[in-house]
Design a protein around this ligand. Structure first.
Ligand code: BGC
Length: 836
């Protein structure tokens, strides 16, 4: 039996088991199965041998069902970093690791990947998406989904669709024309659904063209299932399902989270009232049971990936480091006065390296929100470089400028535990805390019931490592009493300070006072929080934190210290970063500036050290106003737990930085052609149509700081020739064209090049982008070696969405097939005639 036959037989066995299970369920059980029983799982139905299906965020790690550093996870680099590798096979390996993590944590379905597009650089959650380009997004997402599902875990492609910004995300109506909807925003979903066959899709909060996505019958049923053949589960984003009949009739299978939802008993009642036919419930239950069978939690049906077929175990730390260095994008590396380039730094030729910046010591490794995970360890740039530098090279460090003046969750030096009490002050239970944060989402410490819970205390000690005035504060909404070393610093109520309900609930850190402390002398800390219970919240949630800041120093003094350290070194490495208040889920950005005095730090360091290398830790573009004044700029994204180890690999030249920009990097926000993320009267018009990202820059005739696709390695490349496969010259349907590009490594060491192919219709057409990425491949070559890379161009690259006919249509004509290093550095061109 060949593989296809075996698969068909397996599918038939699974479908039969699904039908049997469905037949055995009554209406109440069926509707119960379609709703979360808590924040992350569906109920078990023991009568049919169904265990509880568990979901967890994604995308850079698997948090599991507890929001706690006590249950650590491997933290990979941000999604933008994954996309910057331009390497779906590497991303596939990331997926396998995530599946391994999910299995370790008892998670069956990972809530990832995020494949929304970088429409405006102000999108606050872009670190969690891949790119401005739909094709690159689709390819990377396909690799991710394949990897996760090869590991027997379901992937959930999200957020379907057009959740490309965060402002008013629950209600915004995104008005998108049919062509951009198909050619841009649906494009990656379609590519992934068709090629990687994901087991789940997550329906977004927002509306598209007047209909909220969870009720969008046309997109969820007709397009996703009908046209694309999706046979997985459509799950709501958390709290995105707002109606009962409206959502089930529109094809939403699961409403999350629970226990209070619009499905469950409400859905059974809707059937009994004749508002919803039972066949709609059956269709949804079938999808859920199929998913359960695939992940192996329906008795009697073997999991889609048998235990013995699981991929070999992956070393998470090693993979996190490999992906990070492969994702770093070296956008600038200029020769110094002596002709040598700043990077890589040759340890044999330097005596002192100065490392500067708060993020060099306290690494900024991930973006905020539901994507957060808690790694077991983090290698900061300071740790990474210290470990990698040979004896004899001195590493000096200064903070220089702190990007944030906010207090952080109490961590280093704190030893705390939580105590839960009822209204009479009786202890109900508690647990040790790995840091000063309590985040219980439907999952309270043993013995504690939400109804009885009245107060949570975070109690313990703090042993400072430096003397001075330490700041303490609170994070969360509701009543707090904060006491440090016997002094009451705050006794009051914090009201919500954000519009987004999640943001409001998590709250922002508020400084409540300072206490003079002595290094090494422990003091008692105690935060008492009266739990705020929201009547309409779907889950029983408790969130609060004790926050802390080390003694503040004069910012001017910090800068001067850094300048002195930099001046005395052979090379200065400045690490700049955004903060959680800049890039996170739940809000958009208002500017692209680096927070705090980091720009000034770079300028002043560069003024005293000609070999200044700037490492930028941000999930998406920031303005780099000093970029022409420094020797090298390395974009490091949010690099994950192995940040510093990977950085040392690249700075010292053990490895090349392998990344290419997955998104255009503007010099200034004002230059960006598409910026709007704020709806007007609840509506956000995607007025730019097809012109986002590099297509918009090209249309505007504007030059960014760094083009889409740009990135330097440590060698150089000559693009020697381009040729097209014979069939390509008459690429009538259903032919595809293959491009062959010869490149030569002309530089001093082996390297890896990402060859990019763009397709440009020759006849000027104001309704079409000047060129679009149509294929890419990476290639390794030794010093002096010439290699040929073959890149197949899919038929879809020659198609446009025909609005009148409501279908894809081949766009005949002459095309330039361009090969190059970025959209701004095209080296070779061939011509292709496409006949209709
Ligand atoms: C986010 C999703 C996430 C979900 C569960 C939502 O607010 O938009 O991406 O999967 O929460 O954490």
């Amino acid at each position: 039996m060949d593989t296809q036959d075996a698969q068909d037989e397996q599918d038939a066995v699974r479908e039969a088991a699904v039908e049997r299970a469905l037949d055995a369920l009554d209406l109440d059980a069926k509707t119960r199965l379609l709703a979360g029983q808590d924040t992350w799982s569906l109920p078990a139905l023991p009568d049919i041998g169904l265990r509880s299906l568990v979901m967890s965020d994604g995308p850079i790690g698997v948090r599991g069902v507890r929001w706690s550093a006590a249950d650590p996870s491997v933290a990979l680099p941000s999604s933008t970093a994954l996309a910057a590798t331009w390497d779906p096979s590497l991303v596939r390996r990331a997926g396998r690791l995530l599946a391994q993590e999910a299995r370790r944590k008892g998670v069956h379905v990972l809530l990832a990947p995020t494949v929304n597009l970088h429409r405006s650089p102000l999108g606050g959650r872009h670190f969690e998406c891949y790119s401005e380009d739909p094709y690159l997004t689709g390819e990377i997402g396909t690799g991710y989904v394949r990897g996760v599902q090869e590991g027997g875990v379901g992937a959930t492609v999200k957020h379907f669709v057009a959740n490309d910004a965060e402002t008013e995300r629950f209600t915004v109506n995104n008005v998108v024309g049919p062509r951009p909807l198909r050619e841009l925003y649906l494009f990656p979903f379609e590519a992934i659904v068709r090629t990687a066959r994901p087991w789940a899709v997550l329906s977004a909060y927002n509306a598209v063209n007047g209909t909220t996505m969870t009720e969008h019958r046309r997109l969820q049923k007709d397009v996703l299932r009908g046209e694309w053949g999706f046979d997985g589960v459509v799950v709501s984003d958390w709290m995105a399902a707002r109606s009962t009949a409206g959502t089930i009739l529109a094809g939403l299978d699961i409403a999350m989270p629970g226990p209070r939802t619009v499905y469950g008993p409400a859905l059974a009642a809707a059937v009994r009232a004749g508002e919803v036919p039972e066949s709609a419930i059956d269709a949804a239950v079938r999808n859920v049971l199929r998913l359960a069978a695939r992940v192996g939690i329906l008795d009697g049906v073997p999991a889609l990936v048998a235990q013995e077929d699981l991929p070999a175990s992956v070393d998470g730390d090693a993979l996190a480091r490999e992906i990070a260095r492969r994702s770093f994008v070296l956008v600038r590396n200029e020769p110094g006065a002596d002709g040598g380039r700043a990077l890589p730094v040759d340890p044999a030729e330097v005596r002192t390296i100065a490392l500067l910046g708060a993020a060099a010591r306290d690494a900024r490794i991930l973006g905020g929100g539901s994507a957060e995970v808690f790694p077991a360890h983090v290698v900061s740039p300071l740790d990474g470089l210290r470990a990698a530098l040979p004896e004899g090279v001195r590493l000096t460090y200064a903070v220089g400028a702190d990007p944030s003046d906010e207090l952080a969750v109490a961590g280093r030096g704190f030893s705390v535990h939580a105590v839960c009490r009822d209204v009479a002050g009786r202890e109900l239970g508690g647990e040790p805390l790995p840091n000063g944060q309590v985040m219980w989402l439907g999952d309270l410490p043993e013995g504690v019931s939400y109804d009885a819970l009245h107060t949570v205390e975070i109690n313990g000690t703090f042993t400072p490592s430096e003397s001075g005035a330490h700041s303490f504060g609170t994070k969360g909404v509701g009543a707090f009493v904060l006491t440090v070393d016997g002094q009451v610093l705050f006794d009051g109520v914090q009201i919500p300070d954000a519009d987004d309900p999640f943001e409001a609930f998590f709250g922002s850190p508020v400084r409540r006072g300072e206490v003079e402390l002595t290094a090494g002398e422990p003091v008692e800390v105690r935060l008492v929080h009266t739990v705020t219970k929201l009547a309409d919240a779907p889950v029983d949630a408790v969130s609060c934190a004790l926050v802390h800041g080390t003694p503040l120093r004069d910012p001017e003094e910090l800068l001067e210290e850094a300048v002195a350290v930099a001046a005395a070194a052979d090379t200065a490495v400045v690490v700049v970063a955004t903060t959680e208040r800049v890039e996170s889920e739940g809000f958009d950005r208002t500017d692209l500036r680096l927070p705090g005095r980091q720009d000034e730090l770079v300028r002043r360091v560069a003024a005293v050290n000609p070999r200044t290398v700037v490492v930028v830790n941000s999930g998406s573009p920031v303005e780099l106003p000093w970029r022409e004044d420094v020797a090298a700029v390395l974009l490091g994204w949010f690099p994950g737990q192995e940040a510093g180890a990977a950085l040392a690999d690249v700075l010292l030249g053990t490895e090349e930085p392998g990344g290419r920009l997955p998104t255009t990097w503007p010099a200034r926000l004002e230059d960006a052609p598409v910026t709007q993320v704020v709806p007007t009267d609840g509506e956000l018009g995607y007025d730019e149509g097809l012109f986002i990202g590099y297509s918009a820059w090209e249309k505007a005739g504007a030059a960014p700081a760094y083009s889409f696709g740009h990135g330097l390695g440590y060698t150089t490349w000559e693009y020697k020739s381009i040729a097209l496969s014979r069939s390509a010259t008459t690429a009538t349907a259903p032919d595809t064209a293959t491009v062959m590009v010869r490149v030569r490594n002309t530089g001093p060491r082996p390297g890896r090049e990402v060859v990019q192919i763009y397709l440009a219709p020759s006849a000027p057409d104001p309704d079409r982008p000047a060129r679009r990425l149509a294929g890419f491949a990476s290639v390794d070559a030794g010093q002096g070696e010439t290699v040929t890379v073959e890149i197949a161009l899919p038929r879809r690259a020659f198609e446009i969405w025909d609005e009148a006919a409501d279908t894809w249509r081949l766009a005949p004509g002459t095309y330039a097939v361009e090969a190059g290093r970025s959209v701004g550095d095209l080296r070779l061109r061939a011509t292709l005639e496409v006949k209709g």
